[in-house]
Design a protein. Structure first.
Length: 276
């Protein structure tokens, strides 16, 4: 059952939750009837046995009927719903009600600082690197909100050092002692180098890399241990260039990245004995 209702999944789960609550209360009645029967048998109150047996039987039958109702009431097409855009829309609406903004990009959902991927085949989602089976929209929206309120797990310093190492490898002129300052290298080339091993692009997607560039860009961390200062030239207005990386920011604005450069302080840019 998947209707055009924008909250169809949430309503179906709420209905099942209500049915289960009633089933739980009916099960509690069974437990009470069984305890009465147990006490009568234990203490030899034979005059109560028939009545206790009948009461327990009726309670069990009521439980069977209630559970059958709950089971029949759950007929939601979970696979079809998760595989469609309806789930993403419902999640985005549930997040909006909790004051959280989610944006769609490249078959992922970006809820700063988290990237969410719907895994319909597994009836779950993947939040960053972790798979999570909790797909009720209101619950998932709350989890994403909690992620926003925690200190970010992203560590800009080691990421910046990795970028600088890759940058030096890609800039042939920087392999010697004379390091050319400020040369622009495409970020896409940096990503390709970082994910050169087989299967790495699945483990660390291009969108995840772009997200990390965005987080680094906004972190205020700009200088490596060796004193090189990072910049992202032509990070806006570069849609006409090939190899750009795009991400929807926390405020919903699209941001485009293209290149990266490291400016080397003068005293470090030249090695010993090299004339400038």
């Amino acid at each position: 059952m998947a209707t055009g209702d924008g909250a169809a999944f949430e309503k179906a789960l709420a209905s099942l939750e209500q049915d289960v609550e009633i089933t739980q209360k009916t099960a509690a009645a069974v437990s009470r009837a069984i305890r009465v029967l147990q006490k009568a048998a234990k203490e030899g109150e034979v005059r109560k046995l028939n009545g206790a047996l009948n009461a327990a039987s009726q309670a069990i039958q009521a439980l069977d009927r209630q559970f059958a109702n709950a089971r029949e009431g759950w007929s939601f097409d979970v696979d079809g719903y998760l595989g469609s855009g309806a789930f993403a829309r419902e999640l985005m609406e549930a997040a909006r009600k909790q004051g959280v903004r989610i944006f769609e990009q490249d078959e992922r959902l970006f809820c700063y600082p988290s990237l969410v991927r719907v895994l319909s085949a597994f009836q779950s989602v993947q939040v960053d690197k972790k798979r999570d089976a909790r797909v009720r929209p209101s619950v998932l929206a709350r989890l994403l909100k909690e992620n926003q309120e925690r200190p970010p797990r992203f560590k800009p310093e080691p990421f910046l050092e990795s970028l600088y190492e890759a940058y030096q490898k890609l800039d042939g002129a920087q392999k010697g002692k004379h390091m050319r300052s400020g040369r622009v290298v495409r970020l896409l080339d940096i990503y390709n180098l970082l994910t050169i091993l087989p299967g790495q692009t699945r483990e660390y997607t291009q969108l995840e890399f772009t997200r990390d560039i965005y987080l680094l860009d906004g972190s205020g961390v700009t200088q490596t241990k060796k004193g090189a200062v990072v910049s992202f030239p032509a990070s806006t207005g570069t849609k006409s260039l090939t190899g750009t990386l795009n991400i929807v920011t926390q405020t919903g604005r699209e941001k485009t990245y293209y290149g990266i450069a490291f400016n080397i302080p003068e005293q470090r840019a030249a090695g010993p004995g090299i004339q400038q």
